[in-house]
Write a protein that binds this ligand. Structure first.
Ligand SMILES: Nc1ncnc2c1ncn2[C@@H]1O[C@H](COP(=O)(O)OP(=O)(O)O)[C@@H](O)[C@H]1O
Ligand SMILES: [Mg+2]
Length: 162
């Protein structure tokens, strides 16, 4: 891949969010849910990918496929392939819906180091299932945010859908 051009200010902003999370791990203060939007091809995915890579933090990067079927299976595969420490727990588990998938995700996030969870092209998830936004919000508020002080999440996608 070509070298990243510019984006120093944006990387610095993201690092400023991550740094306090690094020092909070182990106590009960919550992480951040960050929504990023912008025109297509402006460099959103490249930015978060570079940020996550350089951070050295265990990361799950999942991009909505826009397929009607199989999104949850693809999600399980992405978790298993990720460098989240207990991601193998996802192996052989059948998840019927996103509620179950996010609850299971909560169990594989590390307690002792920060983690980064990226849902790219989030509007495509919503296209497939209008209730998905409410499901994500509920699981973020109830489980991921309060229990996983280390989690930093991004939902990327074109602004026209957000
Ligand atoms: N800062 C950058 N430096 C170099 N190449 C970039 C940069 N930002 C984006 N690109 C390249 O431009 C293309 C579009 O970027 P991408 O991150 O996919 O956009 P978006 O996610 O906003 O649609 C990709 O090939 C990506 O590698
Ligand atoms: Mg993108």
């Amino acid at each position: 891949m070509s070298e990243l051009v510019g984006r120093q200010a944006q990387l610095a902003t993201l690092n400023q969010l991550l740094e306090p999370i690094r020092s909070r791990v182990g106590n009960d203060r919550p992480g951040y849910c960050l929504l990023m939007r912008g025109r297509r091809r402006v460099g959103k995915s490249r930015l978060v990918e570079t940020f996550a890579e350089r951070s050295g933090v265990p990361t799950l990067y999942f991009t909505a496929s826009r397929q009607q079927r199989g999104e949850l299976d693809l999600f399980a595969e992405a978790v298993i392939e990720s460098n989240l420490p207990s991601s193998d727990l996802f192996g052989g588990t059948q998840m019927g819906n996103w509620d179950a998938a996010l609850r299971l995700l909560n169990t594989v996030l590390p307690d002792d180091v920060p983690s980064i969870i990226i849902f790219d092209e989030f509007p495509y998830f919503v296209e497939q299932d209008r209730s998905i936004e409410a499901t994500f919000q509920k699981q973020w508020d109830r489980l991921l945010r309060p229990q996983r002080s280390s989690t930093l999440s991004y939902y990327g996608g074109p602004s026209s859908h957000l």
